[in-house]
Design a binder for this molecule. Structure first.
Ligand SMILES: Nc1ncnc2c1ncn2[C@@H]1O[C@H](COP(=O)(O)OP(=O)(O)OP(=O)(O)O)[C@@H](O)[C@H]1O
Ligand SMILES: O=C(O)C1=C[C@@H](O)[C@@H](O)[C@H](O)C1
Length: 310
């Protein structure tokens, strides 16, 4: 029983560590998960090109989806274990939601292997089985696995929903509730600067983030009004201050970019705007050490893809 799926990473509009509400937008950098299921009762995992990577999150995703959708009471195929391998263009622990992309891709790949892929994750023309969950329900399984694996503070349903549904989402992570899902202007792109350092979300100073909750409340209002660019700009300055990152990259992005922010718990910064507006920002960010990438905004989200047939 094999399954394969991909899901994109994301950039931040509102970091949920202050008031439990979050907002994120999907970017065109994807993680692919390939799973092989069996009835061994054990799950193993590997990350392509990173032999020492922590695979507990994706292994927990496999186990959880098998528990919920692969048991003997189901009408489709059954499974209790297997192997998962991820390949990713989203750097880990860089603020670009690698954990959400990996969890979503893995959950969808397992569902596909069990013949339970959500209807909106299937290629055109392929029909889902009646027992298939929606993509939103599949996303909540990944969030549950992320909580179990200890890689998140709030569950990060904001990041996970943006990755699974594409576009930009606003969520209440305390209830895993989706408050809004929209798309940003089609002419906009994302510019992403990632320095060499890494910052695990689970290690973030939550108490300091909670101090900027009044600013986060304002960012939530801006986001719910659809003013995502200004929302992320305000978010960026507040969370740079709370988490101890210099705000210089955001200053260098303005006023050319429509919006710019520290992404997640850092260290990456993201800017959004038209191609022309991002040109001078790219020139300034390329003088910095690290990697600057221009990426399309993703509106597709998590999808099942054809398996490898070597
Ligand atoms: N490609 C991947 N394959 C398997 N597991 C992954 C992958 N990417 C991330 N993870 C898991 O997610 C953890 C990193 O989570 P973390 O939330 O710190 O990173 P992030 O999602 O990139 O950050 P942020 O939430 O700030 O955007 C890793 O330790 C690993 O367990
Ligand atoms: O671990 C978490 O709960 C989070 C981590 C960051 O990505 C934040 O941007 C997100 O809003 C919540």
């Amino acid at each position: 029983m094999e399954g394969r799926a991909t899901a994109p990473g994301a950039g931040t509009v509102l970091n949920a560590l202050a008031n439990g509400s979050g907002s994120a937008f999907a970017i065109d950098a994807r993680t692919t998960a390939t799973v092989e299921l069996d009835d061994s009762g054990t799950v193993t995992g590997e990350v392509a090109g990173a032999p020492d990577a922590d695979t507990r999150l994706v292994e927990r995703c496999v186990a959880l989806v098998c528990e919920r959708h692969g048991g003997p009471e189901t009408t489709g195929p059954t499974a209790t274990g297997g192997h998962v391998r991820t390949e990713s263009a989203v750097p880990m622990a860089a603020g670009l939601k690698s954990s959400s992309a990996a969890a979503n891709a893995t959950v969808l790949a397992v569902l596909a292997a069990l013949d339970r892929a959500p209807p909106d994750a299937l290629p055109d023309g392929e029909r889902a089985t009646p027992a298939a969950p929606t993509r939103a329900a599949a996303c909540r399984l990944g969030v549950e696995a992320a909580r179990d694996a200890g890689v998140t503070v709030t569950g990060a349903f904001d990041d996970a929903s943006a990755s699974m549904l594409g576009g930009v989402t606003v969520t209440d992570n305390t209830a895993d509730a989706l408050l809004a899902r929209e798309t940003l202007p089609t002419a906009w792109q994302a510019l992403v600067w990632t320095p060499e350092e890494r910052a695990l979300s689970a290690d973030a100073d939550v108490a300091r983030c909670e101090r900027v909750a009044p600013v986060a409340d304002l960012v939530r209002e801006l986001a719910l009004d659809g003013d995502y660019a200004r929302a992320m700009t305000v978010n960026g300055f507040a969370f740079c201050a709370a988490l101890g990152f210099p705000a210089d990259p955001a200053v260098e992005a303005l006023p050319d970019a429509a919006g710019a922010s520290l992404s997640g718990t850092g260290p990456s910064f993201v800017a959004i705007g038209t191609d022309d507006a991002l040109d001078p920002v790219a020139a300034r960010w390329r003088e910095r050490e690290g990697t600057t990438r221009r990426l399309a905004l993703d509106t597709t989200g998590g999808i099942v893809t054809p398996e490898h047939h070597p």
